[in-house]
Design a protein around this ligand. Sequence first.
Ligand code: COA
Ligand code: AMP
Length: 245
Amino acid sequence: MKFYSVKMRASLNDRHVSGGERITTEESIQKVVSELLTRPKEFDFVNIKIEKINNIKFIEKSLDIKTINVKNHKEGNEIALKLLEEVGIDREIAKAYIDLLHTGANPDRENMRGAMIITRSGKRVEKDRYRGVRTTNVDFLHREEVKKILLEKKYTERTLDALALSTKNLNHPDIIAEYCISDQPDYTTGYVAVNNTYYRINPLKEYSNPKGGRIYFVKDDTDIEELYKYLQEESFLIKEVGSLE
Ligand code: COA
Ligand code: AMP
């Protein structure tokens, strides 16, 4: 079967405001384009990119999802640090970079356009500290079915997309963990992905904070060129959703 990648990105006043992607069959391209176009609420530029995928790979199951509700973002981050410690990431190293994410991780102390990459021993190794690295080219094989399952359990489409992205990340043997908070000031739920589980932590950031981003924690001997290629270029479809709590 032939698969196509369909990507949408929108900006307003030269600022990225919305992005999304699908991996779909030829017959569904038009439908998917229309759906993606409903995403940005306001824009002055939209780019739609459609590419045939030559070498699609499959991941059998997504990460499992667990939700942790906490009193406030401080408690949320304590739990995040414990989860990261469990996979051998030093508490002080994790805390320093998490604090940076909450206050602006690019050199101008604004948000990055992608993720930071931090090694286990605490080195920051993404190639460009404004851009970071963006994970793309991933979707669920039966997206609509998985979406229905998630919505029934009161999860959102945002979780569906983040779960796909995070599943691709943790499928790489050198990525140990991911930490994520949105850059939207009113969206305070974040997640930590470790040990084949997507821990949705509510809240993980302070309400009204416009800062956000992602941290990928990697092994010390990670080949960064290869990692960029994997995250940005290799295409994956996820066959099934993991267990939901
Ligand atoms: N944040 C800020 N700026 C972004 C951006 C983002 N998330 N994505 C794209 N841009 C802007 C940047 O200026 C970028 O230039 P840069 O590469 O120097 O940073 C420019 O748009 C072009 O980016 P490019 O990566 O070529 O865009 P694209 O047309 O390939 O689209 C997206 C990429 C938006 C689809 C992808 O980045 C994304 O975010 N995908 C969503 C992932 C996802 O949810 N997957 C799960 C699906 S189930
Ligand atoms: P979002 O999940 O869209 O709220 O994005 C939160 C933050 O994650 C952004 O501010 C970026 O720093 C980063 N980000 C956005 N898209 C990606 C991506 N595709 N891969 C990695 N990081 C991303």
